[in-house]
Design a protein around this ligand. Structure first.
Ligand SMILES: Cc1cc2nc3c(=O)[nH]c(=O)nc-3n(C[C@H](O)[C@H](O)[C@H](O)COP(=O)(O)O)c2cc1C
Length: 119
């Protein structure tokens, strides 16, 4: 049986809820992408987060990830994230740059705005 992992990044908790549900329904392991510099999850500060996210995007930044995620141990990986400025948060690009997905085969579908599935 394929070993599955749900990897997610979430600031306000929505992608986390979906990630947990997918892990529950598939029996996959689950891991969170944790930024070195945490994002402000206070919704009253949404405009500041929007500005920061736009800056990261415009400058093609790669915000650092604090934790290691052992993707090599898995055959199929689900990746969950919020839609930020019509695309992935830049930390998802850090995740893609950091790990080698070759040999796993990649299929990407956008599921309900938040989830890309690679298989
Ligand atoms: C900086 C920022 C940019 C966003 N840009 C978009 C967008 O372009 N399109 C969209 O549908 N939602 C956008 N949203 C809404 C988020 O996708 C939505 O709040 C999401 O549920 C947050 O996920 P989370 O709860 O896991 O952090 C944006 C939210 C933030 C904070």
């Amino acid at each position: 049986m394929a070993k599955e992992l749900v990897v997610y990044f979430s600031v306000y908790g929505t992608a986390k809820i979906v990630a947990e549900e997918i892990a529950k329904q598939t029996g996959a392991d689950i891991a969170e992408i944790e930024p070195v510099v945490p994002y402000d999850s206070n919704r009253d500060h949404y405009n500041a987060l929007a500005r920061l996210a736009k800056k990261e995007h415009d400058e093609d930044q790669r915000p650092a990830i604090k934790n290691e995620i052992d993707i090599a141990a898995y055959d199929r990986i689900y990746i969950g994230y919020p839609m930020w400025w019509y695309t992935f948060p830049m930390i998802i690009y850090t995740f893609f740059d950091k790990y080698d997905f070759s040999g796993k085969g990649v299929r990407a579908d956008l599921m309900k705005r938040h989830f890309t599935m690679t298989a």
